[in-house]
Design a protein around this ligand. Structure first.
Ligand code: TRP
Length: 341
């Protein structure tokens, strides 16, 4: 494929960001990264995927931890099927037009709108529960997180944003701010994105059966060593049905995980043995560890390669950043003119 200029590219722009909160787990991979890689395989798309390092600041990570996580995540995104000419991987903080657009958007953002944003409301509710001041521990970065996220999307002129249920409200806010901006200044200055609802796609159970999520501390790492992963898999909670008793495959987290990574024939065979009562959980866990290792091994190898050569990784990211900057600078210039700057 020929590389196209950021400003004349007319392909569908698909955009998403990932926060550098820790190493990717199987849930991130099956729910977000792999679906994105599949979208990217369709060449009518230009895909923008970034490490949301500015967003991460609101939880005040230690500086060394933030830069290390950012580096590891950027390499992980590349390693997980996104090393393609139509995919641009970048660090949010290296595209200054995003933060500058956020500064403009703040003035068309009603404070009441942010009072109703989920993350802020959850913080307020937790404070009320604990009998503390409603805004205890809430910084403005957390409070206006939706404005920065709108800027991420609008600055790159995204057409579509793949989102799960947890991010749907943020996307509505981005659309809302594009409209407010149009109403206040100029129609069409900012492109209105649409949500690409990926809900239910690849949602995986974690060790305790709840949705796999860092906040539940029930994750299985994607890029960890095989033994570490096998150890986590052994900790998945199952019921105490004996190996020779029939079991419902649809009720078992091991089967849900197997469905996400094994080939259909293997899954079918396991499901049949569940129904007929001829399989124990220990055996399923061992099979699952093997299947995941097959899937993860090449990704882990590529991740390690990328991390082993910091200069090459930096060069890789700079390329994505140049492209993203070119595109975002154009949008920012239009928005600046619209407001009279
Ligand atoms: N808020 C998203 C999350 O926590 C990450 C994110 C930041 C994002 N900016 C974005 C996602 C823009 C999509 C588009 O998962």
């Amino acid at each position: 494929m020929t590389s196209r200029s950021a400003t004349t590219d007319r392909r569908t722009a698909t955009l998403t960001g990932v926060q550098p909160t820790g190493d990717l787990h199987l849930g991130n991979y099956a729910g977000a990264i792999r679906p994105l890689a599949r979208l990217a395989a369709e060449e009518h798309r230009a895909v923008y995927v970034f490490v949301a390092d500015l967003h991460a600041l609101n939880s005040r990570p230690a500086p060394a931890a933030l830069s290390e996580r950012t580096r590891r995540l950027a390499a992980a995104l590349l390693a997980c099927g996104l090393e393609r000419p139509n995919v641009h991987v970048y660090r949010q903080s290296r595209v200054p037009a995003i933060a500058r657009l956020a500064a403009l958007l703040r003035n068309v953002t009603a404070k009441g709108l942010l009072n109703r944003a989920h993350a802020y409301k959850a913080a307020v509710a937790a404070n009320a529960e604990a009998g503390r001041d409603r805004d205890h521990g809430v910084n403005v970065g957390l409070y206006d997180y939706p404005v920065l996220m709108a800027a991420d999307i609008l600055a790159l002129g995204a057409d579509e944003v793949p989102v799960g249920a947890d991010q749907a409200q943020h996307l509505e806010i981005a659309v809302d701010l594009a409209r407010q901006f149009a109403r206040a200044y100029r129609t069409g200055a900012l492109r209105e994105p649409r949500a690409l609802i990926t809900d239910g796609v690849g949602t995986l159970p974690g060790l305790d059966g709840r949705k796999m999520s860092k906040s539940y501390d029930n994750t299985i790492g994607l890029l960890a060593d095989a033994e570490v992963t096998a150890g986590r898999i052994r900790r998945i909670v199952t019921d105490s049905t004996a190996p020779d008793r029939p079991k419902d495959p649809d009720a078992c987290p091991l089967v849900a995980l197997l469905r996400a990574f094994a080939d259909p024939a293997t899954v079918e065979e396991v499901e049949t043995r569940y129904r007929e009562g001829g399989i124990g959980y220990g055996e399923v866990k061992a099979l699952l560890a093997e299947v995941i290792e097959q899937h993860a091994a090449p990704l882990r190898r590529r991740h390690e390669q990328l991390l082993a050569d910091p200069a090459a990784l930096e060069e890789r990211l700079s390329r994505g950043e140049r492209h993203a900057r070119e595109r975002a600078d154009q949008v920012l210039a239009r928005a600046m003119t619209a407001v009279g700057l």
